[in-house]
Design a protein around this ligand. Structure first.
Ligand code: CA
Length: 379
């Protein structure tokens, strides 16, 4: 009901879309007979908002400032120190790498990481009070589970960074060769949000006592955060398959990207206690008691949305299999029609994160080796 579709954009369309308002891009897409399956804004526009009309949002074209070929190997996550230094996790090497002034320097290898399949050193997050406590948080796959550890990121007089011993603050998230989740991020409330995967255990997501297939909300010390929807439980939302990206909009709404099975990749608006359907349903079927995705990409060949960042009301997510950057204009709780950039140009894209200077960093996932793409920030 009320769904809008946009066809896969050819390179011609992409160039046009890059130079014109989103409204035009939507019109172009709607007029072509492109063969690939569409991305769909699944949210019915609110009553009276002009259902079926092109969205009003103007989407600035991403402008590539720099491609940093600094020999990264399967980078998974990037966070930024207050001075703009990038800190990157490498999944299989388990190394934390610093990028500053266009040069990459390994900081340390995180002990206890056991890479395998999609597991390894995954998401990073900086403490909200990093300037005083210097905590770097990491989601990692160990020999037995997925867990979250924090380490002091020290800096000596010469500016060299070092990593202290890991303190495990949360353990027992199920692991598998795939569907390990891995994104961690502090929210505007100062709590640590964690995206997990079903770890190939289909009974986990609908079990609110299990940790797989969830978004968790923790205190910085790894306890269930006060006010969570299931009492003294870390679970914040459930029914997820494999959460890969977490980001908040300017009004404090939490959005999450998630891999579907062979169909229906999703962008979801997360509410506490919400059931996002897996494995009962995917996408936005409108079933009672389940929360529909706000954006559904019916073809995972176009998406596999991973890292997520929201800038100026636009959600950017890097597509792995889809090898493109998706931009989804948000209008309050509504997601408008996604627009694709860079399709096929840079390979698989893993993470998207905003640097302190406003630039948007995109990490590749190609193993040939990998790079960071820096997009100009929009004022
Ligand atoms: Ca879902």
């Amino acid at each position: 009901m009320g769904q809008r579709s946009v066809g896969k954009q050819s390179s011609r369309q992409r160039r046009l879309a890059a130079g014109f308002a989103l409204a035009l891009a939507v019109t172009i897409s709607a007029c072509t007979g492109d063969t690939s399956s569409p991305g769909t804004a699944a949210t019915p526009p609110p009553a009276g908002s002009g259902t079926g009309q092109a969205p009003q949002t103007t989407l600035p074209s991403p402008d590539v400032l720099q491609k940093l070929d600094v020999g990264l190997q399967l980078p998974w996550s990037v966070v930024f120190l207050p001075d703009g230094t990038a800190v990157v996790s490498e999944r299989d090497s388990a190394k934390v790498v610093k990028i500053k002034d266009g040069r990459a320097t390994p900081i340390a290898e995180v002990p206890g990481v056991v890479p395998g399949g999609e597991g390894g050193l995954l998401g990073l997050a900086l403490s909200p009070s990093f300037a005083s406590d210097r905590w770097l948080y990491a989601y990692l796959t160990s020999a037995t589970d997925n867990r979250i550890a924090r380490m002091r990121l020290s800096e000596d007089a010469s500016g060299a960074l070092g990593l202290g011993a890991p303190e495990v603050i949360f353990a027992g998230i199920p692991k598998a060769s795939t569907h390990n989740g891995g994104r961690i991020r502090f929210g505007p409330d100062g709590m640590l949000y964690v995206g997990t995967g079903d770890s190939q255990r289909r009974e986990q997501p609908q079990d609110t006592n299990a940790l797989g297939g969830k978004i968790l909300r923790l205190t910085p010390e790894g306890r269930p955060a006060p006010g969570n929807p299931f009492g003294d439980s870390p679970v914040y939302s459930y029914g997820h398959r494999n959460v890969q990206g977490l980001a908040w909009d300017a009004d404090g709404r939490l959005w999450a990207s998630e891999f579907g099975p062979d169909v229906d990749d999703e962008l979801n608006l997360i509410t506490p206690g919400g059931n996002y359907g897996w494995p009962l349903v995917t996408g936005a079927p409108g079933r009672s008691g389940l929360t529909d995705a706000k954006v559904v990409w019916p073809s995972t060949a176009e998406a596999s949305p991973s890292g997520l960042e929201i800038v100026n009301g636009v959600a950017y997510t890097g597509a792995l299999r889809g090898q493109r950057l998706w931009a989804v204009p948000l209008d309050g709780p509504t997601a408008q029609t996604p627009v694709a950039y860079f399709t096929g140009e840079y390979g698989r894209l893993r993470d998207v994160a905003r640097a302190p200077n406003g630039d948007l960093w995109v990490l590749s996932n190609n193993k040939n080796p990998d790079f960071a793409l820096i997009l100009r920030g929009n004022p």
